[in-house]
Design a protein around this ligand. Structure first.
Ligand code: GAP
Length: 457
């Protein structure tokens, strides 16, 4: 295997070493599948979420946001089908007590004999039984029947139950969307692969409501638009593909579903799903709650239950994909450089200011510049070690620009601006830095129009 291949191990090590992601509760031995974002990781993930919110909500007239609570009325999960359908088949090894998803046995290994599959070792597997993935807890101080609630397994249901509230308060009419980002919880049987599958994770979901009959066009539209989001923010197109679900694979609510898949170090895996959920959810909530959730079109005097197109992405999984895609090693064998080629809009630190020497007025001049830049962008200051070592430290965390302050700066108020990817250095006047950097770290603007027929609203 070439040394340059990106492995999950390299990503995990970099994340720990540089403070992107730590194992949860590490001093107690860690908690399986739970991760804590460190100082750089939280900035990266926040930038990923901001990028999604900007593209999905802020830049569109037809989408509004919502932040619903994690705990919801238990009947929500009855209506959504999660109480009866949100299960995975599980088997146990009678010998070593390890647990596996019955439908993933082909991809699993025996923990005692990793060269064998579960059941092909000395252990015998139990019959498969269904296991509900929702986390249950109790509301209030007494654990009694009727106080049971669930941690939401998807953010989508918070949107459906607020459909009428949003239509009435924000005066939205189909086609329009409600977007939400937030934590979801699933008691996964086999979590793993770092941030890829965890029991607590963040979703970025859009429920886009359309008139029945317009759903196929919007389904096509959102597939394209979501693919473009990943490539606009730097994911290599070759590492991205769409995989249409076969009819026997579709969720109980879906008419069509496509996975946006990414070529992770563990192989091609789902990054996001785009589904045509039809009118299943609103209708189920109407039946279960007894409330009328139809939309009344006062132009045509029609009353109907909208269809829903749902692009549903994972914030943690996207963050992992951006990290993996950006990871690179270059330079000669004896002088390897690890570099995260993150899109500047996603990079946790945008610019590092580095005085060439720790004397002669250079640190003072550098600090002055840091104070000018910091209100506008995440700016680092580093004066420790050789300039080469300092560039490397910034390359490894994906900082797109480095500014070196030297003695010439004191004479003519110019600095050296170094670009992370090309390592090219140019001389720039201090007065031009802020406008130049602001332009170069700006988020991309999607060139796909607002809808299949451009002027929808
Ligand atoms: N509302 C639809 C829905 O929740 P999903 O395919 O189950 O659909 C959507 O989840 C996205 O949420 C996935 O594509 C993935 O990015 C993320 N996701 C789901 N389960 C996850 C887990 N256990 N760990 C991390 N991310 C997860």
């Amino acid at each position: 295997m070439s040394e340059n291949v990106v492995t999950m191990e390299k990503i995990v090590n970099l994340c720990k070493r540089r403070g992107f992601v730590f194992q949860s509760s590490e001093i107690y031995g860690g908690l399986n599948s739970c991760w804590d974002y460190g100082p750089l990781g939280i900035e990266l993930k926040r930038n990923v979420k901001d990028a999604w919110w900007r593209d999905t909500v802020v830049s569109r007239p037809d989408v509004v946001g919502l932040d619903a609570s994690i705990l919801m009325h238990p009947r929500v999960w009855e209506a959504s089908g999660h109480l009866s359908n949100f299960t995975d088949p599980m088997v146990d090894c009678k010998l070593c007590k390890a647990r596996f998803r019955a439908d993933h046995i082909q991809d699993s290994v025996c923990p005692q004999k990793p060269s064998k599959r579960p059941g092909e070792c000395d252990g015998e597997l139990t019959e498969a039984r269904n296991f509900n993935l929702m986390f249950r807890t109790n509301m209030g101080p007494v654990e009694e029947t009727g106080s049971e609630v669930y941690l939401r397994p998807e953010t989508a249901q918070g949107i459906f139950v607020n459909f009428v509230n949003v239509v009435n308060s924000a005066r939205m009419r189909p086609p329009f969307g409600i977007a939400q980002m937030g934590k979801s919880f699933r008691n996964e049987i086999t979590p793993g692969n770092f941030l890829f599958r965890t029991r607590e994770f963040e979703q970025m979901e859009l429920e886009y409501f359309v008139k029945p009959g317009d759903d196929d066009d919007w389904y096509e539209y959102w597939r394209k638009r979501r693919m473009a989001w990943y490539t606009d923010y730097g994911i290599k197109p070759d590492n991205l593909r769409l995989r249409e679900h076969a009819s026997d694979e579709l969720a109980h609510y879906a008419k069509g579903c496509v996975d946006v898949e990414y070529n992770f170090p563990i192989g091609w895996q789902e990054l996001e799903g785009v589904a045509n959920r039809t009118d299943f959810d609103l209708k189920s909530h109407m039946d279960t709650s007894g409330k009328d959730l139809r939309f009344f079109d006062d132009g045509s005097k029609e009353r109907y239950v909208p269809y829903v197109i749902e692009p549903s992405a994972g914030a943690d999984r996207s963050t992992l994909a951006f990290l993996v895609d950006a990871y690179d090693e270059d330079g000669p064998e004896d002088d390897r450089r690890v570099v995260l080629r993150l899109h500047p809009a996603l990079a946790p630190v945008k610019v590092a200011v580095l005085p060439l020497m720790r004397k002669g007025g250079l640190p003072e001049k550098a600090t002055e510049l840091v104070e000018t830049l910091r209100p506008h962008m995440a700016t680092a200051y580093d004066q420790a070690g050789s300039i080469g070592r300092r560039y490397r430290r910034q390359d490894e965390i994906g900082t797109p620009f480095g500014i070196t302050i030297d003695y010439q700066t004191l004479d003519d108020d110019t600095v050296t601006l170094r670009e992370r990817d090309s390592m090219e250095q140019t001389r720039v006047a201090v007065k031009d830095l802020l406008p130049q950097l602001t332009q170069r770290i700006a988020p991309p603007v999607c060139d796909i129009p607002l809808g299949p027929n451009r002027h929808q609203n």
